[in-house]
Design a binder for this molecule. Structure first.
Ligand SMILES: [Zn+2]
Length: 76
């Protein structure tokens, strides 16, 4: 069983965009994440285990970003 997920936030709430979503699918099929608004190719996992592993990785990345965000806060 394949699991299709958003590479940005890991949500499974990602599906092919339609014109109704404001996404033009003229020549290429873009998927749209309903949770974070990501547009592009989704990640396809072969198994739940692979998907869970990915979810753990992005939650680690988010934590790391938060730590880093403190230092760079106030730019621009
Ligand atoms: Zn997403």
């Amino acid at each position: 069983m394949n699991i299709v997920a958003c590479p940005s936030c890991g949500s499974k709430n990602i599906r092919q965009g339609t014109i109704g979503n404001g996404v033009l699918t003229g020549y290429t099929s873009l998927d749209v994440c309903r949770d974070c608004g990501y547009r592009g190719m989704p990640i396809v996992f072969d198994s739940k285990e692979e998907y869970k592993k990915f979810l753990r990785e992005i939650s680690n990345t988010k934590k790391a970003n938060k730590k880093r965000g403190h230092k760079t806060n106030g730019g621009t």
